[in-house]
Design a protein around this ligand. Structure first.
Ligand code: ADP
Length: 252
């Protein structure tokens, strides 16, 4: 069954302005990692915000499974928040500096009431281990970690309740090149060893080619090309995709 979908979704931020997302339809299918690429301002983050339930489309629908996502349906939103998690671009801005890693990583579990006490600690420890951090990281604070380690912490938080969908907004763009490779490898391992499906926004074609089977190309809010990543990136049909590829020297 489809995990998440947009059906003819449009987002207009203001009257008179061109829509940020213009009648976009897409489906996130289990096991098919999806990349959304496009230039800055193409509407990629707006699509992620729709898929995260943080923004309601001006017209069209967001589907969660086979049901329209209803932000007022508390039972549905609880399930949704467990199933759909997100990693952001900037690992410095996304972690609260005053909280210990145990509290940061355990937050989704606690707020959803999934576990507490020893069971909560156990789940946090195993989430940290999965992302390659030592168990004693739990007692420390974000400032004690590098950018790459912080992104691991953010990934541990996003995966601690074993979501079905991990949305990632430029998850490695803020990192240096060596760290970038390690985090891409970590995401690849996590996806391969779980039921989780990745939806990633990226302008880095190399990262997209490594992690995602399918690619959607956005231009000024419209989906202009989509298909298997090897086809879209290997033999782009749309002039905009060719232009985008030309702007990024790392071909797959
Ligand atoms: P991308 O992630 O591809 O860079 P965005 O989804 O952030 O693109 O933005 C798409 C368009 O919507 C841009 O023209 C941007 O200026 C506009 N936009 C994004 N967020 C807002 C907002 N909160 N208010 C008004 N306009 C916005």
């Amino acid at each position: 069954m489809t995990l998440l979908a947009l059906e003819d979704a449009t987002v207009a931020y203001g009257r008179g302005a061109a829509p940020a997302v213009d009648r976009a339809s897409l489906a996130v299918e289990p096991g098919t990692n999806l990349a959304i690429v496009g230039e800055s301002g193409a509407g990629k983050s707006t699509i992620l915000n729709l898929l995260l339930g943080l923004r309601t489309p001006t017209s069209g629908r967001v589907l969660y499974g086979d049901r329209p996502l209803a932000r007022r349906d508390r039972a549905m939103m609880r399930e949704f928040r467990r199933d759909v998690q997100c990693v952001f671009q900037d690992p410095y801005a996304s972690l609260d500096p005053r909280r210990r890693i145990a509290a940061i990583v355990g937050e989704p579990i606690r707020s959803l009431g999934i576990a507490r006490g020893d069971e909560l600690d156990r789940r946090v420890a195993s989430a940290l281990e999965r992302v390659g951090l030592p168990a004693d990281a739990a007692r420390r604070y974000p400032h004690e970690f590098s950018g790459g380690q912080r992104q691991r912490i953010a990934i541990a938080r996003a995966t601690v309740c074993e979501p079905r969908v991990l949305l990632a907004d430029e998850p490695v763009s803020a990192l240096d090149v060596t760290t970038r490779v390690r985090i891409v490898d970590l995401l690849a391992d996590l996806v391969a060893s779980s039921e989780m499906t990745l939806v990633m926004v990226s302008h880095d074609i190399g990262v997209v080619a490594e992690l995602c089977e399918e690619t959607i190309v956005l231009e000024r809010g419209r989906i202009v090309e989509r298909g298997a990543t090897s086809d879209v990136l290997g033999a782009p049909r749309h002039p905009y995709t060719r232009k985008l590829m030309g702007a990024v020297p790392r071909l797959p």
